[in-house]
Design a protein around this ligand. Structure first.
Ligand code: 2NL
Length: 343
């Protein structure tokens, strides 16, 4: 009996010291200890030599040893399973250096948009944003656009079929209306963003494009402030030698209204195909905010005045980089896009 106990203790130590690293070694362990001709079978055979009065105790000891050996085998088996599957998935060598990601370039529209924003930020303007799906009030009615104005026509505006009051904004003026409605004056904002118009797509027109609109509302804002602000913008944007001129124009939301031209960047005013031999190219529309628009937003038009302007980013980008076809901006052709690298 003591001899059997000593034997079991020794086998336990041996089992505990077993090292199994693969399926073959695991199977060898199983055969050696748990197989039909294995140690467990032969040690169980020892029972017949144990005196009758000690059989019960010896049986308990042997059972315990069997449970110990079987659970040890289970543990070894589980460990092999996890290491073997790790080995299978580790065909990926995690110590190898990564594949370098090619560095992209900013979209030309973003480059120009950011430049415009930073120039106006230096003049104290802050950026305001708003929804692309608008209601009739913010896009048209508040802006003094009469009921029968052609811009409201289905031909020019994308309406949302579920609700006749909803549409895709045709300009970012709607953002400025929303800002004016907050009645926190003075107000000095620029509103960049995508706008939509139902145009036939060509080299010069698209059904969506990007705009920056600007608005300054305070006491005693004059047309002189408008001119000087835009003059500063043009010099920063296109260089100190560029000339500007204003031509009278008409917008329902400004009075008086004007369009601003700059001297042609390509020929310097001599006359070329870009400026159609005039020496000038139109870059934006502007004016003094119509008193009715201020009133529509709950701003006292007797106390406050303001100016506003709007420009198309695609147009400025085409002039700056001599891009001849507007469609290139939305085709995502990397051969086009990777030409626009920044310092
Ligand atoms: C153009 C002309 C313009 C405005 C936009 C504006 C906005 C408010 C009130 C008054 Cl909330 N005016 N915006 C004013 C004049 C011209 O854009 O040709 N844009 C591409």
């Amino acid at each position: 009996m003591d001899q059997l106990l000593a034997q079991i203790e020794q086998y336990k130590k041996e089992i505990e010291a077993s090292v199994v690293t693969n399926k073959e070694e695991l199977e060898a362990f199983r055969i050696k200890y748990l197989g039909t001709k294995g140690l467990m079978k032969s040690i169980m055979g020892e029972m017949k030599n144990v005196p009758v009065d000690q059989k019960k105790e010896a049986g308990q000891m042997l059972n315990e040893f069997k449970v110990f050996t079987e659970s040890f085998f289970e543990t070894l088996s589980a460990n092999i399973g996890s290491t073997e599957s790790t080995a299978a998935s580790s065909s990926i060598d995690t110590t190898l250096p990564g594949q370098p990601l090619p560095l992209g370039t900013r979209h030309p529209i973003s480059i120009v948009q950011n430049k415009i924003i930073s120039i106006f930020q230096r003049l104290g303007f802050s950026v305001a944003e708003g929804p692309e799906i608008e209601d009739d009030w913010h896009n048209f009615t508040a802006l003094n656009l009469p009921e029968n104005h052609p811009a409201r026509d289905m031909q020019d505006t994308f309406y949302i079929s579920q609700n006749p009051d909803w549409l895709l904004r045709t300009h970012t003026s709607s953002v400025q209306i929303r800002e004016m409605e907050k009645n926190e004056l003075p107000l000095r904002i620029i509103c960049p963003g995508r706008v939509y118009r139902n145009e036939t797509i060509s080299a010069r027109a698209h059904c969506f494009f990007n705009q920056v609109e600007g608005l300054y509302i305070a006491e005693n804002v004059s047309f002189a402030d408008l001119k000087q602000t835009l003059y500063f913008f043009v010099k920063e944007m296109f260089g100190q030698d560029v000339k500007i001129r204003f031509r009278p124009s008409y917008f329902p939301f400004t009075e008086p209204s004007a369009e601003m031209d700059i001297s042609c960047l390509i020929c310097g005013g001599e006359g070329c195909s870009v400026c159609k031999r005039t020496g000038w190219v139109e870059i934006l529309g502007c004016g003094m905010v119509h008193p009715s628009v201020l009133d529509n937003c709950g701003i006292d038009s007797n106390k406050y005045t303001g100016f506003a302007f709007g420009l198309g980013i695609e147009r400025i980008t085409m002039l700056s980089y001599q891009v001849k076809d507007l469609r290139l901006f939305s085709e995502n052709d990397v051969r086009f896009l990777k030409q626009f690298t920044q310092a």
